[in-house]
Design a protein around this ligand. Structure first.
Ligand SMILES: NC(=O)C1=CN([C@@H]2O[C@H](COP(=O)(O)OP(=O)(O)OC[C@H]3O[C@@H](n4cnc5c(N)ncnc54)[C@H](OP(=O)(O)O)[C@@H]3O)[C@@H](O)[C@H]2O)C=CC1
Ligand SMILES: O=C(O)C1=N[C@H](C(=O)O)C[C@H](O)C1
Length: 257
């Protein structure tokens, strides 16, 4: 049995990981990291800890749905603490320092980083590359919608989609991305890519990439209707990465896309 550890075990997705692992034939919940306390009933032999080192020691692979600071502590344990276990990092909103730490850690352990653990979004990224390349005169605009509790904006998925669109057109996303329009801002420029965020209610996750031209437009949409799409996706890729060598892997590597 593959021993899985969870960082962010009391969270919306972390709790679902615990449920999903209860019925898994190949992997079991070995350890949960909790900041304070956990209300959920756990399998009897699960180790509960607030020590990141114990999380590493008790797990073959760690799945992280926490916060950027949580992810940073995980990666620091690899880079500075000598910990050597496979990681599945799903946390979004990482800053430049945390992204660099991710790269550094991936030279030492296998890491799969994906801003979205669904198969549908993995395919959407490929469709966006194709559409952005082929429909080269079309304006690209991205809208994402999430529940009222989401703290980072725009979503990691929307940024990844925007990266695919920009790189398909040989553009640097940092130079062309805009995140709002208000006032006398002038007409749209050719290369700009807007990434807009809506927040409300219990929306699990909805991403629309629109490509607009005179006389026609194409909108590519993915909607997650259940949050366990992400927990199940993360468990699937955790089983895949546990035997791999140190490197930074994408979800496409794991899904063979
Ligand atoms: N890649 C993907 O497919 C998906 C990614 N996500 C991302 O995953 C992350 C978590 O999402 P969600 O479950 O909704 O968030 P929640 O806020 O519900 O859960 C966050 C969890 O992380 C814990 N946590 C927060 N800070 C730290 C820290 N410094 N160290 C250790 N643990 C910490 C929280 O503990 P406590 O409750 O005690 O504060 C909680 O258990 C977000 O970044 C989100 O964007 C979400 C869905 C899908
Ligand atoms: O916070 C969430 O809920 C989600 N976050 C991820 C993101 O930022 O893209 C993935 C998913 O859309 C849900």
């Amino acid at each position: 049995m593959i021993k899985i550890g969870i960082l962010g075990s009391t969270g919306r997705v972390g709790s679902l990981l615990i449920d999903d692992l209860k019925n898994d034939q190949e992997a079991k919940l070995a350890c949960v990291h909790v900041l304070d306390k956990i209300e959920k009933i756990l399998p009897q032999d699960t180790v509960v800890t607030n020590d990141i080192n114990v999380l590493f020691d008790e797990s073959d692979v760690i799945i992280d749905f926490s916060s950027p600071v949580g992810t940073e502590s995980l990666l620091t344990a690899v880079v500075e603490g000598g910990k050597r276990k496979a990681l599945v990092v799903a946390t979004t909103g990482l800053n430049k320092h945390q992204q660099n730490l991710l790269l550094e850690a991936s030279k030492l352990v296998p890491i799969l980083y994906a801003t979205n653990m669904s198969l549908g979004v993995a395919v959407l990224n490929k469709l966006v590359t194709l559409a952005a390349k082929t429909l080269k005169d079309f304006d690209i605009e991205i809208v994402e919608q999430h529940h009222r509790h989401k703290v980072d904006s725009p979503s990691g998925t929307a940024l990844t989609l925007a990266e695919h669109a920009a790189s398909a057109r040989n553009l640097n996303l940092d130079s062309v991305r805009i995140s709002g329009r208000d006032g006398q801002i002038g007409a749209r420029t050719k290369d700009e890519i807007a990434v807009m965020a809506l927040r409300g209610g219990d929306i699990v996750g909805r991403h629309t990439v629109g490509l607009y031209n005179d006389g026609e437009f194409l909108e590519l949409n993915h909607t997650a209707t259940a949050r366990n799409t992400f927990s199940k996706g993360a468990i699937k890729v955790a089983k895949w990465i546990v035997t791999k060598d140190a490197n930074l892997y994408s979800i496409n590597d794991a899904l063979g896309l």
